[in-house]
Design a protein around this ligand. Structure first.
Ligand SMILES: *[C@@H]1O[C@H](CO)[C@@H](O)[C@H](O)[C@H]1NC(C)=O
Length: 206
């Protein structure tokens, strides 16, 4: 999955594809980003601008302070009655006062709710909050997809890939699968299922 920023950058650099290739080197724990493209995105590509915002991994970036510090969230409710507080990732410049969520994919307003759509041949829609939570209590009211092969998820994800996951597999409308990870290391020993839920597609769950 590649955010749409690189696509835009490629467009503006048409005719200079070698340069484009060089401006987005890949990054990993053992290969940090170069100084001229210091930020390692969530998808393991180096760049500037949006690459330095949410998901920028300081461990894989040029230096530990290459990523832009994300604003810390405050106690509040973020209504999902329309898409006015959602901005596409290609347009987000890092001002969290202007948007609550950064979208990849196509979020749509429908009946006073927001649908995360999954058009054919797409990987679906992701909303990422524009603020960070250090600790606290977070809650989402949601319904899940009932389609086979589609996973609905609510995930707390740090920039160094710590995760607390809630996932719903499309055909299992009475189970929430949970897990947590430390720095992206797959460890399935912490998995736990919340079972006997009422239909998560038909009914709202908090
Ligand atoms: C959770 O439920 C899924 C689907 O029924 C199953 O495959 C998985 O093993 C369960 N995980 C745990 C930790 O019980």
């Amino acid at each position: 999955m590649v955010p749409s920023i690189p696509a835009l950058a490629a467009l503006t650099c048409l005719g200079a594809s070698v340069v484009v290739a060089q401006t987005h080197p890949t990054c990993s724990l053992t290969q940090k980003c170069p100084e001229e493209a210091p930020c390692c995105s969530q998808y393991g590509q180096c760049g500037t601008g949006a690459y330095c915002l949410g998901g920028c991994d300081p461990r894989m970036s040029f230096s530990l302070d290459a990523c832009v510090p994300a604003p810390v969230c405050q106690d509040r409710t973020m209504p999902m009655t329309d898409t006015s507080r959602i901005v596409d990732v290609s347009k987000y410049l890092g001002d969290s006062s202007k948007a609550d969520w950064v979208a990849q994919g196509i979020p749509l307003a429908y009946n006073d709710n927001v649908i995360l759509t999954m058009p054919p041949n797409s990987v679906g829609t992701v909303l990422a909050s524009t603020v960070y939570m250090w600790y606290g209590n977070v809650k989402a009211r949601m319904k899940t997809s009932k389609d086979a092969g589609v996973v609905t998820a609510f995930i707390l994800l740090s920039d160094v890939k710590d995760e607390i996951d809630y996932e719903w597999v499309g055909t299992e409308l009475d189970i929430a699968q949970t897990n947590f990870y430390f720095q992206g290391i797959p460890n399935y020993m912490h998995a736990g299922n919340i079972t006997k839920l009422s239909n998560t597609n038909a009914e709202w769950h908090d």
